[in-house]
Design a protein around this ligand. Sequence first.
Ligand SMILES: Nc1nc2c(c(=O)[nH]1)N[C@H]1C(S)=C(S)[C@@H](COP(=O)(O)O)O[C@H]1N2
Ligand SMILES: [Mo]
Length: 376
Amino acid sequence: MARSGAEPRTRAAARAPRDVVEAPRASPRAVEPRLVVLRADPLNCEAPLAALSAGATPTSQFYVRNHFPVPALDASTWQLAVSGLVRRPLRLGLGELRGMRASRLLATVECAGNGRALLSPPVQGEPWGLGAVSTAEWEGVPLVEVLERAGLDPAARELLFRGADRGAIPGARGPVRFERSLTPEAARTSDALLAYAMNGEPLPPLHGYPLRLVVPGWYGVASVKWLTEIVALDRPFAGPFQTERYHYEWSRAGGVVREPVTLQRVRAIITEPAHAAQRARGPLVVRGLAWSGAAPITRVEVSICGGTWLRARLSAERHRHAWRAWELRARIDRPGRIWLRARATDRAGRTQPERPEWNRLGYGGNAIHALFVDVS
Ligand SMILES: Nc1nc2c(c(=O)[nH]1)N[C@H]1C(S)=C(S)[C@@H](COP(=O)(O)O)O[C@H]1N2
Ligand SMILES: [Mo]
């Protein structure tokens, strides 16, 4: 078994400076491990795996993925405009949105580039380890409510979601906005939320204040932050974040097949023990999280030193759009380096590859997570 190939390479994240995103507060949270900064400007940082556990991630430890500087929006003047192929164009203030039917949802958001640093040969893009994933309780207006109020024209082919942030990107003449689209079908069936609150507090500036889209089960790129406009289009949207990036490029039969990044691929991560941790011989508890955008998780298995796959216990608590905690209790009686691997399977029968499936832009690398502990 090519165990060395599965060894998490010392990640760029581990080489990046550790920094504090929020000043530590005088609470137990202040002693928790902090975010790992990959890039300060624009701010991009991932959660240390030890910070991730069942249910919601504390907002101060939720990963951050920004393409451009965080826009400063004033909620008292901010409005969401809904235009294009709609019967009733809308301009909604935050107060109006808060007055509409509200919904709460626990949802896991994962960056499509999560795990990119494990790809070999290396690819361009933010060198995420495995912490570009977090879960929050989102609260807001179901997207379908706003679409119903606007009266979507049946001729609408796509819905464009426009963020307030902008900046230069290679190949574009002027600054571009962060824009993404969904088909009306995906908008209606995905439980998408126009979220104004995260973990019971107003959305913080880093995560899209005052309003963001949350598309449960989809890779994070769909969940446009700092949302200012929804435009119903009569044609597919072709902006750079829709058509140039966020595509898998698979080498098939001598050609390249492009496929847009949509649902989160099935994955388990080991959150405890940490990679390269020291343990005394005896009982060893292996814990982690598992999720899939396509279907609920049905099985997580752990292999110790390349041995048979042992069924982990899945937590009783489950949410349709959030990760599920799992645990395996093992015993290690001999000292030495112990390799642990964890793999998840979802109800659609999807499971994880041994090695990340390399693609030029480094998306969806959901290879089996492997780490070691040194037992003495
Ligand atoms: N307006 C805007 N929305 C955005 C982005 C962005 O750069 N600008 N990044 C996207 C990507 S790639 C991800 S993974 C998620 C990250 O959300 P978070 O920063 O709240 O974790 O936001 C998405 N929404
Ligand atoms: Mo992302």
